[in-house]
Design a protein around this ligand. Sequence first.
Ligand SMILES: NC(=O)CC[C@H](N)C(=O)O
Length: 401
Amino acid sequence: MTGWQQSPATALLILADGTRLEGHGIGAIGHAAGEVCFNTAMTGYQEILTDPSYAGQIITFTFPHIGNVGANDEDIETVNMAALSGVRGAVLKADITNPSNYRAVQRLDAWLKARNIIGIAGIDTRALTARIREHGMPNGVIAHAPDGHFHEPSIMAELKAFPGLEGLDLAKEVTTAQTYHWDQTRWEWGKGYGTLENPEFHVVAVDYGAKRNILRSLADQGARVTVVPATATAADIMSHNPDGIFLSNGPGDPAATGKYAVPTIQKLMETGKPIFGICLGHQLLGIALGGTTSKMHQGHHGANHPVKDLTTGKVEITSMNHGFAVDADTLPGGVTQTHISLFDGSNAGLAVDGKPIFSVQYHPESSPGPHDSHYLFTRFLNHVRAQKGMEQKPEHPKAGA
Ligand SMILES: NC(=O)CC[C@H](N)C(=O)O
């Protein structure tokens, strides 16, 4: 048969420059192309693999042992389960072992298969990560064939057909088709997830690929949340009579999604309502204010990224997942750069002077990641409280309070 190659390997990762890595296939069978990035988080692989912002990407985990705690039904960040799984593939160092954790209901490889995610294990992820650091995030294709028979022409055709993330609006692939309401609160020891009983506020969240724990974090602050599709107009959003507006994280190129999202955000800014954006929402807000965004070299994907709050001098350890960034020097007068990454000085936050409008590039919902930045949800709702003449809550409550 022409085009078929037999290999002792059951999975391949081929990069756009022809680099060919062989390993053991796990998860779904077939092939998929995407941008190959690396994530340095040591925990939370299931939350990472279900973050819709990874649409169009293949994740290399730098932590060598992924899968040891198996898979459970709770650590799912995808809200729109009707959408295809965002991430295109997972690249691991060590083979997946039998899970050892009280929450595990499945092995990770079986879970990957059920979610149609292709994985490859046995890869020298240190070398691959060093390569990405040196040359940037390449396009690549991941393939899994349990019998070791790979149809190379179709695998290479898939790689060639992948246009790269620049210019891609992927929010439309993962956003909700319908408006829905959210009232689940954050997980607490001994209690699990709660339900918001007596909402004090109403927030409309624009879903570009929202993560569950962001919606929970808003509910935790007393906000009932109405989640609307990415293409909702300003009139649609205002028809829900929100006290505040949230712009979610999401995949793809902010400039591409901005074609329809930015005019909406510009109209929303005129309403005077408090606006808070995270990650893609931050980038879209940056563009709406007159700034630009650029593709990064290796991006930021991990759970230990130091960020400096330039307004207080404090450093927060944050969770990050982005491959584009707001160009700080394009932000106009009247907009303050509030946070920067201490890894590379790139923009990590902004605020509109004198208005209740702000956003951050990183992930205060911390799923997975440290909780240092959770105060930002309080800050957002404090803007709402101020407009309603209510007492502010401390951003950093004392332990036990
Ligand atoms: N997590 C996100 O919202 C990512 C935003 C954007 N897709 C980026 O890669 O920069």
